[in-house]
Design a protein around this ligand. Structure first.
Ligand SMILES: CC(C)(COP(=O)(O)OP(=O)(O)OC[C@H]1O[C@@H](n2cnc3c(N)ncnc32)[C@H](O)[C@@H]1OP(=O)(O)O)[C@@H](O)C(=O)NCCC(=O)NCCS
Length: 235
């Protein structure tokens, strides 16, 4: 029987449960290898940064059934997250990697340069007090992004994923976005889920770390022909 779930914003009190659930359900993600303390800091940073989409699906007992993370403006959200919480995230990651040599090696190979550039930007912005927020000039279509959706395994297939994605699309509409995008690994079951909800596959992309993804898009503004739009931010 389908138990009703409702969607509400994720809050700081959800962080520990949400991060642990994420690590359990999306255990194939590179991010999850950064350890539990990093995952908690990541969730907290995500929720607190402006332009976040961070949603919880909860059942009648208030238990967390699933979560969704995204952004109505990926660039400004990510910049704010790095500016506000970059040091905390970097220190959690460095501490964990120091005790996990295999992770440290993979990190250096796949993300070393990118993360070092991020640390350099953090140092510069701290020294100059520079704001590294999103651009003030609006150009092109306004695109939001869903980055993670996950439902507790024993509650999958009961509609929680759908209500989370619909709530994210609603937040995108309220933010007057033109469309939302997401990427998912080509071999993921989730592709069928997104297609069922009306997302349109829009080609293959490779992340900055070299991983392959299929890109999906969902038009929010009526009358827009598919095919336009800029690239999404990638994990
Ligand atoms: C993918 C996921 C979020 C879907 O959530 P869910 O609560 O299980 O999905 P729902 O019950 O809301 O399904 C909504 C619809 O999609 C369909 N659907 C769900 N998963 C599907 C799949 N793998 N393939 C095809 N259709 C699927 C359902 O049958 C339902 O269709 P309906 O209109 O006939 O009812 C969930 O299964 C999950 O957490 N998977 C593991 C993590 C993951 O892969 N996340 C996505 C990548 S970040």
């Amino acid at each position: 029987m389908t138990e009703p779930v409702r969607v509400r914003p994720l809050t700081r009190t959800d962080v520990a449960v949400a991060a642990a659930l994420h690590a359990r359900v999306l255990d194939m993600e590179f991010l999850v290898r950064y350890g539990p303390a990093f995952m908690r800091a990541y969730y907290r940073a995500w929720i607190e940064a402006p332009d976040a989409i961070s949603l919880a699906a909860v059942d009648e007992q208030g238990e967390l059934v699933g979560t969704l993370l995204g952004a109505t403006d990926t660039t400004s959200h990510m910049n704010a997250m790095v500016r506000r919480s970059g040091w905390r995230l970097a220190s959690r990651l460095a501490l964990y990697a120091a005790g996990h040599p295999a992770l440290a090696k993979d990190l250096i190979i796949t993300r070393g340069r990118r993360y070092l550039r991020g640390v350099a930007r953090l140092v510069t912005s701290r020294r100059h007090g520079a704001a590294t927020g999103g651009s003030t000039v609006e150009r092109g279509p306004r695109i939001g992004e869903i980055t993670h959706v996950l439902v507790r395994p024993e509650r999958q297939g009961l509609g929680a994923g759908r209500v989370l994605v619909l709530a994210a699309l609603e937040q995108g509409r309220e933010a007057q976005l033109d469309e939302m995008v997401l990427v998912t690994p080509p071999d993921q079951d989730a592709r069928g889920f997104y297609e069922r909800l009306g997302w349109i596959a829009d080609g293959d992309v490779t992340s900055r770390s070299g991983e392959d993804f299929v890109r999906y898009r969902y038009l929010l503004r009526r009358g827009d022909p598919p095919g336009g739009g800029g690239p999404p931010g990638l994990r």
